[in-house]
Ligand binder design. Structure first.
Ligand code: IMP
Length: 195
């Protein structure tokens, strides 16, 4: 079987682990670290789509290779879809997961509507052309943190159809619901058609 080599333009090892757990044998996903690229990629834009595009464009310009990137945000409806594209830096540039959760729970305390969604955009650059894929996972924010798996806002998010937070799930369980898994499935389906 031919394995397609593709660079995943991220420095987030959790995301690399999650993506590697769903891609299967056909795709050989190489992290930036494995590709020997030691560079922080900027996320300066005000949409997930623009940030994802920038990240894959930067890595494509450096390597000339097929690559993809993803940008994910937690969109809380009572907060006009904040923190959204600012999810990593909601409480400041130090990118502190716990500070972000604390601020979100504070801002949501007076709201009755706790509905939220994770939204992932993948930007793929394949043979020089860009393709975008989207994955959404709807759910609710719990006001009490539960679980120790995962990362980011996992401990306060219960996906629709489940009765526990992402942080109380194994990676396999999270993948049944996950925004990233949904976007990745589309990426893989696309790539399978190309080979
Ligand atoms: P990024 O900009 O795509 O790296 O992600 C922004 C932020 O969203 C991360 O720093 C996390 O706080 C949060 N995030 C992204 N994906 C997930 C997830 O699957 N679970 C929980 N939080 C996430």
């Amino acid at each position: 079987m031919t394995r397609i080599e593709i660079i995943f333009a991220t420095n987030n090892s959790n995301k690399v682990k999650e993506i590697k757990s769903v891609v299967g044998e056909q795709l050989n996903v190489i992290s930036l670290q494995e590709a020997g690229i030691n560079q922080d990629i900027p996320e300066p834009h005000d949409s997930l789509e623009a940030n994802a595009s920038e990240k894959s464009a930067v890595i494509h310009a450096i390597t000339g290779k097929n690559c993809f990137s993803e940008d994910t945000g937690l969109e809380v409806f009572a907060l006009n879809k904040a923190p959204g594209v600012k999810s990593a830096r909601y409480a400041g540039d130090h990118r502190d997961f716990q500070a972000n959760i604390d601020l979100l729970l504070k801002n949501l305390a007076a709201e009755t509507n706790k509905i939220a969604q994770f939204r992932t955009i993948i930007s793929l650059i394949w043979q020089g052309n860009e393709y975008l894929f989207e994955g959404i996972c709807k759910g609710i924010i719990t006001m009490e943190q539960k679980g120790s798996e995962g990362f980011g806002y996992d401990s306060i998010f219960i996906p629709e159809g489940a009765n526990k937070t992402f942080a109380e799930m194994s990676m396999e369980e999270k993948n049944k619901y996950s925004h990233r898994k949904k976007a990745t499935t589309q990426l893989i389906d696309f790539l399978k058609k190309q080979i």
